[in-house]
Design a protein around this ligand. Sequence first.
Ligand code: AMP
Length: 473
Amino acid sequence: MNDNDFLSLGLSDAVLRALDDVGYQRPTPIQAQAIPHLLSGRDLLGIAQTGTGKTAAFALPMLERLMAEGGRPRPGFPRALVLAPTRELALQIGDEVAGFGRHLKLSHTVIFGGVGQQPQIDRLRRGIDVLVATPGRLLDLIGQGHADLSAVGVLVLDEADRLLDMGFIRDVQRIVRQTPKSRQSLLFSATMPAAVASLAAEMLRDPVRVDVSPKEVAVNRIRQRLVRVDGDEKRHVLEHLLREEEVSRAIVFTRTKHRANKVAKHLVDAGITAEAIHGNKSQSARQRALGNFKAGTTWVLVATDIAARGIDVQGVSHVINFELPDEPESYVHRIGRTARAGAGGVAWSLYDHSEAKQLRDIERLVGRIPDEAEAALAELDRAERPSRAAERPARGDAPRASGQRSAAGAAGGGTGQKRRRRRGGRGGAGRSAEGSNAGGSSRAAGAPAGSGGQRSRRRRSRSGAPGRASSRA
Ligand code: AMP
């Protein structure tokens, strides 16, 4: 056994046997970093998303603690509480707790809304060691006198950013207040927006911070491009980009739920089958949208960061950042939706000058993102260096309309006509002038170069894109 093994983390034999049963041989980074601190009773702030092994990171020490304390739970008084934003996550956590606790004499149950409450009441009445719950139903049952949190010794908030995004902040605060101050508290979140940071400050005492955010995600397999565009042109540019032949399945990210709805509506109006997915949609609506996307009924999903978490759909050829995220880590999460399972992928970011700060932070994390126009110019430079300077428009000279075309064109793959036929999009005919321009630089956008019309593509990319490129300096 070496330092990487579960044994060295201080877990008991019964838990080690269970880990053996479920086939975990080595702790993941978050497990290795968090478990010793949690066993010693510290609070923890975990920056980690699903897939890192965070469930075992909190569940194993929680079970150890309950075993060490001994005793039986009183009816209606759970000894440990895990709050999760959705029923799926709650059930998943419940399954893992059951697996890890298989050789322990501890009970657990999962409660969530949307189903009859009587079986849940019956379980609580029997006495529960580990309660996994979604906030709304838990508060209902507390209100009816079926659960009391005054015996909770360990409290875990899982996917805190999603809990908040789904509007559970007040519920969560009410629940936290009903647990004893002496409890051990853990908060896990994939991102750390201000609201989560302040919740963490409220509920954690001198926490250990463990951060396994995916800075090292293989971004090098993803062809990232920045497409400069004025804010009010973004929807049209997006529409053009989506009509490119190479786009087979795309996730479009917006910062807000409202914007996700508006963008999806715009695309649908333009004849593109798109659906929005975000925290204001009901669970069933989200699942339906995801199901349609997986089945290919819709090929564009417009999502907010948190709603897209956990979406693992193969064959997403493109991620398009309609707006840059405030949190640079979210950019990495977003573009990681493409290039799954070793495949390559393309990430386009529609950038307007009001997003300079976000871009700076993102580039600090992932390195410089090439500009579409710059990439087109570099190509041009190599091919036609002598004549370029004379033809390049002066900075900011490009009229808005041509700027719009060029932004779309520069990112496009020169196959817009074909795309429009394939998708049967309404906007195609109406925008044929722009569409014919949508051929800036297929190389820059990720499509293979030299697929025909090379020369004309270069010419088009020059009509306005360089003006954009110059604004980058
Ligand atoms: P989580 O981030 O907790 O949702 O875990 C993601 C997945 O990784 C789950 O399917 C776990 O079963 C699995 N997993 C977690 N920890 C380990 C481990 N140490 N070894 C192997 N698989 C693991």
